[in-house]
Structure formats: structure tokens, C-alpha cells
Design a protein. Structure first.
Length: 336
């Protein structure tokens, strides 16, 4: 164990971040395949409840290691509840789409969350979005239209639910950004798991189906893989640069395609491939612009002079000084 830790610590930070996000993408893809398998027999609400409950058990050891149960201390219980409610609704909608759509389709639709985040930033946070990001957002939604093909006669209900779930993910992420300014990451995870378990318990009871030992194992894996994958993703984005991590996150499409072909004999059609390419391209451009603007803001702040406090007296003007000749260095360091 110590040898593995030393080897891991010896890796460059960028490499560790890339490995973490790749592991997280693989775990999320396996979780999605398990959700699709379970969805053939169980309701999405039952799967979401199990995901929340087993996910809480997965992070419980880290909570108990905190002395004095500091992980439960919060000053924003209402914010945690609101984030838990939107996150639960997004989870249920995502599971519903996963169980009824090809894995590549549901995964590509989930990547529209950054597009919805632009809209939430405009209407909820009052941010100004320039024309480049606006056009990228419009292009991303055109990619969605290519995938769902509204001219085919009827909109796919599962695709619409998946899009609504992506919107809720964007809303939940906006709430998460507000909480993360004052709350610890473990506290956010604990309260999300608790509220998600409570909010899905009663609805899951009314649609509950009896489960066998295989179902129980898969439900436990869904919870554990989801918690570990989320941890890997959070750590990766905390360690690495956004533009280095974001492209690797789209490997979920590759993993989803492999899982869909091996387990469900699914092959993406040309509309899915074209639409997914447009969505990925637009969200990558948005990530690039965000990283570029962030670097420019940091550079501007670093170059800004620090203004004196208004109550402090002005420093006296510097007196001109006559420079004296520098002494000659010692003989032993003189080089000809």
C-alpha cells in the first residue's frame, strides 16, 4: 500500500487528474449499464433510492473518521435540501432515460447539462453571456434536435425526460457552486445522500418490486460505483486544468458505446453520431472559453496595483539617493 501511494504521489499532477477522470468515466459507464439492466425489472424510483442509500453507506466511513462529526455541521440546511431535491429529480430523470434509450443516446443527452448551465447563469445569476458562448450553446441544442429528430412524427418521451434531467443537473450544479463557497465537500456529499434517501423512500415504496440476491448486488454496485466515480471526478477537477480534464470526460461516450454493444447489442445510428459530435464540440468550446476567461481574470487581478487604505497617510516622497560604487567581490569568486 505504501509503495502504491509513493508511486501515485510521484506521478505529475496532470497525469493523476487524467487517470482519476478516466477511472470515474469508466465507473459511471458501468453504473449506467447496471441501471439499464435493473430497469428491465425495477422502477427508476426504486433504483434511485437504492443508489442514494448505498451511496451514503459508501461515504459513511469517511464521515465517521471526522472527529466530532464535523461533516454534519452546516449553516445552510435549506440550501442542502434544495440541492438534494433538484439532484434527486435529476437522478430519477436520468435513470428513466437510461433504461429506455440506447446508452450512447442517454449519455450524449446528459452532456447537454453545460448548455443548460449557460441559461441558468443568465436567468438565475444575471450573468452576461457573450456571442461566442451564445452561439456554442445554440449549436449544442441543434445537436440535440439532430439526435431526437422531431421531424420523425413524435418526440421521444424518454429523450425529453433526459433533457429535463440535464436541465436539473445544471440547476443542481449552480446550487452546488453556491454551497461550496462555505461548505466542505464531505458535508455536501453527506447531506445530498441523506436528503436523496429520504425524498425517494416514500415514492419508491409505492412502486417497489421484490428483489433477489442478484438485484441486491447490482443495486449495491450502483450506489458504490456512483459514489466512487463522483469522488474521482471531484478530485480530478480539483487537481487538473479544466481544458485538460473536459475532453477525457467525453470518453463516457466510448465506454457507453462499448457497454451498449456488448450487453444490449446496440449500435448508434448516424443521427446519434452527428448529434453527439455537435454536442461534444459545443460543450468543449464552452469549456475552452471558460478556461481562457478564467486565466485572463487571474492575470488582470495579479497586475492590478493594491490601493492604499483611505485612513492611512500617504507615504513621503522618495528622496534621491546617490549610488555608491559597489565593492569588488572576493578574489576567490572573481572569474575572468
Amino acid at each position: 500500500m505504501k509503495f502504491a501511494r509513493s508511486r501515485w504521489g510521484a506521478l505529475p499532477v496532470a497525469v493523476r487528474a487524467a487517470l482519476l477522470i478516466a477511472i470515474g468515466c469508466m465507473l459511471f459507464s458501468i453504473m449506467g449499464a447496471l441501471v439499464k439492466l435493473l430497469g428491465q425489472r425495477l422502477d427508476s424510483l426504486q433504483i434511485a433510492f437504492s443508489r442514494s442509500l448505498f451511496g451514503f453507506f459508501a461515504i459513511l466511513p469517511f464521515v465517521l473518521r471526522k472527529k466530532g462529526h464535523h461533516a454534519f455541521r452546516t449553516t445552510h440546511p435549506y440550501g442542502h435540501f434544495l440541492r438534494g431535491a433538484t439532484g434527486v429529480a435529476a437522478m430519477v430523470a436520468g435513470f428513466y432515460a437510461t433504461t429506455r434509450l440506447p446508452l450512447t443516446d442517454s449519455t450524449a443527452i446528459s452532456f447537454t447539462a453545460p448548455l443548460f448551465m449557460i441559461l441558468t447563469a443568465i436567468f438565475l445569476l444575471g450573468e452576461k453571456v457573450r456571442w461566442r458562448r451564445g452561439l456554442a450553446t445554440l449549436a449544442g441544442f441543434i445537436g440535440v434536435l439532430v439526435m431526437v429528430r422531431p421531424d420523425s412524427g413524435a418526440l421521444d418521451k424518454a429523450a425529453m425526460v433526459g433533457l429535463f434531467g440535464a436541465f436539473l443537473v445544471a440547476l443542481s450544479t449552480t446550487l452546488l457552486k453556491r454551497l461550496s463557497t462555505t461548505e466542505e465537500a464531505l458535508t455536501i456529499l453527506v447531506y445530498f445522500s441523506l436528503f436523496a434517501s429520504v425524498l425517494t423512500a416514500l415514492p419508491a415504496y409505492f412502486v417497489w418490486h421484490s428483489i433477489n440476491s442478484d438485484d441486491l448486488v447490482m443495486l449495491a454496485l450502483v450506489g458504490g460505483l456512483g459514489a466512487i466515480g463522483q469522488f474521482c471526478a471531484v478530485r480530478a477537477y480539483a487537481m487538473g486544468e479544466l481544458m485538460a480534464i473536459a475532453p477525457i470526460d467525453y470518453s463516457r461516450l466510448v465506454f457507453a458505446g462499448i457497454m451498449g454493444f456488448l450487453l444490449f447489442a446496440e449500435l448508434p445510428d448516424k443521427y446519434t453520431l452527428v448529434g453527439a459530435t455537435i454536442i461534444v464540440g459545443s460543450t468543449l468550446y464552452i469549456a475552452y472559453r471558460e478556461a481562457q476567461l478564467s486565466r485572463l481574470n487571474r492575470a488582470a487581478l495579479a497586475a492590478r496595483p493594491i490601493a492604499p487604505h483611505p485612513e492611512e497617510p500617504e507615504p513621503p516622497p522618495a528622496q534621491p539617493m546617490v549610488s555608491a560604487p559597489l565593492p569588488a567581490p572576493p578574489a576567490e569568486v572573481v572569474r575572468g
